[in-house]
Design a protein around this ligand. Structure first.
Ligand SMILES: CCCCCCCCC/C=C/C(=O)SCCNC(=O)CCNC(=O)[C@H](O)C(C)(C)COP(=O)(O)OP(=O)(O)OC[C@H]1O[C@@H](n2cnc3c(N)ncnc32)[C@H](O)[C@@H]1OP(=O)(O)O
Length: 241
């Protein structure tokens, strides 16, 4: 699955809906595995489209958040094998997508990956945190989350946020295929049940608290202080360019 929403694959409602549909198709057509990557040469995904959260229409932003939750359920909780070929920057929601896969290969270069929400004055939801602690140790996750740490490729490899480094996108995809090949001799049902048991607690936590998570988000986007932070962040992104 190749993300292609120039310039930075930011996740707006339309892209999330497309992803949700594609994940359904992959599940339905009984694909053995999926590799998630990006059509952009330097950005895997810039995370959530900040414009969806800035001065939002309430109905749309509710659908936006619900669709994001759905994409996470379908990706993190998929029966099929998932690997991410991270061929560029992967901040915030981009990092979440990569961490929701079972294996991560990142192309070397001046790219970074991490959950930087606190730097925007926002708090990553519990299920973002659960996804991170499913990937790296709790202590590292707490440190990374509180400090909005963006890891460079070497740091990400060292902490286990990524599993391998690749020379370019083709190499990243080849290495993801190498991971997928490890399951050639493992019975598929045993593999998928094991994966889902490992992920069950995190999945159940969001299933049980889904409405509450949505309400928290809706309160959050209606908070004037948060809107001010988002406005300043958008300006800083634009100034850079
Ligand atoms: C339940 C509990 C409570 C709920 C609490 C709620 C929690 C919400 C959780 C939030 C999760 C998130 O993902 S929040 C999103 C966080 N994302 C980020 O912080 C990433 C910000 N972006 C970047 O760092 C960079 O753009 C990066 C990805 C490295 C690429 O750098 P480049 O130099 O290649 O490109 P840029 O010039 O910066 O960007 C190109 C254009 O894209 C825009 N752009 C970049 N990122 C964007 C983004 N995320 N959304 C919209 N637009 C974006 C820029 O403004 C530019 O616009 P023009 O100048 O107009 O061309």
């Amino acid at each position: 699955m190749t993300l292609q929403r120039p310039p930075v694959n930011s996740l707006n409602l339309d892209l999330l809906k497309e992803m949700s549909k594609s994940l359904d198709e992959i599940a339905k057509n009984k694909s053995k595995a999926m590799i998630l990557t990006s059509a952009s040469p330097k950005v895997f995904s810039a995370g959530l489209d900040i414009m969806e959260m800035y001065k939002p229409d309430l109905k749309r932003v509710e659908e936006f958040w619900t669709t994001l939750q759905e994409v996470w359920f379908k990706l993190f909780g998929s029966n099929f094998i998932t690997a991410a070929a991270i061929n560029g920057h992967a901040p915030a929601g981009g990092c979440l997508l990569a961490m929701s896969c079972e294996y991560r290969v990142m192309t070397g270069g001046n790219f970074s990956i991490g959950l930087n929400e606190t730097a925007l004055g926002i708090v990553a939801p519990n299920w973002f945190m659960d996804t991170m602690t499913n990937t790296i140790p709790v202590r590292e996750a707490e440190y990374a989350l509180t400090t909005a740490r963006m890891f460079n490729v070497e740091e990400a490899l060292k902490v286990g946020l990524i599993d391998e480094v690749a020379t370019d996108k083709d190499d990243a995809i080849a290495k993801c295929k190498g991971f997928i090949g490890k399951f050639d001799r493992i019975p598929a049902l045993a593999r998928s049940i094991t994966k889902l048991k490992m992920r069950q607690a995190a999945i159940k936590r969001l299933q049980d608290g889904r409405r509450e998570d949505l309400n928290e988000f809706l309160q959050f986007v209606q908070n004037p202080k948060i809107q001010k932070s988002l406005e300043m962040y958008i300006q800083s992104l634009k100034k850079k360019a």
